[in-house]
Design a protein around this ligand. Structure first.
Ligand code: GLU
Length: 331
């Protein structure tokens, strides 16, 4: 699962805020990373292009102090699916004019058809990824419609399970869309955030809205607008307050997040058994009635699901099937 983090506001060190955000998402695993920013200063010709720093490998001791001053930036930790692990294939990706950039989580299943069409129209690709078709498609559509509409049209043409964030140099706002891959909006004062996991937002805000499948959002420092990606109709944000602390979301004294999660298991099982009995009982009832149960998880959780199917069979005498989250759509 890749990591996504975006900042729009008035603080002028946006690239660094984004890099720190990406570090909190490192536990998700990744093979390359990158940050894009719209510089505050325009060139002497009054134009502006997006500055990108991206590379294969871990963030480690890397900094973004060489990036320009900016209050509008986003970043990505990639888990390659299409195209090797190279600097060029790392996100963010950029259009032919250098003024539109995209980060993406998921797989654009129909990317080959879209790429062929875009190549014929003269677009120049710099990477082997499926993601890059999104930015050129948006560039193409934005020649003849408003930018938000162009993103909406491009997103609706992308098949598969995807989360997308787009920025351009003209508007000081992100356009984000989700279908199957997680995205959460963080509400600040005079600044707003986007991330693939609420844990990354904890140092900045506890007010969040989890984007639902098929939702799009316009996120600027002034506010957030959410609408249905298909119909364009307005959706009222369902703000939630996070109840966890930064400390709870950290690795603590454990060497790895996985180790922390393993050690937390006895406490969590006890909490469920004593604190959330009604939820557990309701779930047990549903499972008992079902013909079949799927155990869905990503990464290590999918192995836990696999082990869970054995326990289900032995203890509960119930049949269940383990499925990796990214494949569940096909079931
Ligand atoms: N499919 C995209 C790529 O290979 C996105 C991968 C991801 O979700 O990190 O670049």
């Amino acid at each position: 699962m890749c990591g996504i983090f975006g900042y729009v506001g008035t603080k002028k060190n946006a690239p660094n805020i984004v890099l720190e955000g990406l570090k909190t998402l490192e536990y998700r695993g990744y093979d390359s990373w990158g940050v894009a920013a719209v510089p505050l200063e325009k060139t002497s010709l009054g134009t502006n292009t997006i500055t990108i720093k991206k590379q294969a490998g871990k963030i480690g001791a890397a900094t973004v102090t060489d990036m320009p001053t900016s209050n509008f930036a986003f970043g990505h930790t990639r888990w390659a699916t299409h195209g090797g692990v190279t600097d060029e294939n790392a996100h963010p990706h950029i259009d032919c004019t250098g003024t539109i950039s995209v980060i993406h989580n998921g797989i654009i299943e129909n990317y080959e058809q879209l790429r062929t069409k875009l190549l014929k129209s003269g677009h120049i690709f710099q990477s082997e990824t499926d993601t890059e078709v999104a930015v050129h498609l948006i560039e193409e559509y934005s020649k003849r419609m408003m930018f938000t509409k162009a993103v909406q049209k491009a997103f609706n043409e992308m098949e598969g399970l995807n989360a997308l964030i787009v920025m351009n140099t003209k508007d000081h706002k992100f356009i984000a869309a989700r279908n199957g891959s997680p995205l959460v909006i963080g509400f600040g004062f005079g600044e707003n955030y986007l991330a693939s996991d609420a844990a990354a937002l904890l140092p900045h805000t506890k007010q969040v809205h989890y984007l639902e499948d098929g939702e799009m959002a316009i996120v600027s420092e002034k506010g957030v607008m959410i609408f249905n990606a298909k119909t364009g109709s307005f959706i009222h944000p369902k703000k939630q307050t996070l109840t966890w602390t930064v400390k709870q979301a950290e690795k603590g004294h454990y060497q790895y997040f996985m180790l922390k999660e393993i050690h937390e298991q006895p406490g969590i099982v006890t909490d469920i058994a004593t604190g959330s009995t009604s939820h557990a009982a309701r779930l047990a009832k549903i499972i008992k009635k079902a013909d079949l149960t799927y155990m869905v998880g990503c990464g290590t959780a999918s192995y836990a699901g696999l082990a869970g199917t054995v326990l289900f069979s032995k203890i509960a005498n119930q049949q269940s099937v383990p499925v990796v989250g990214s494949e569940f759509f096909y079931y």
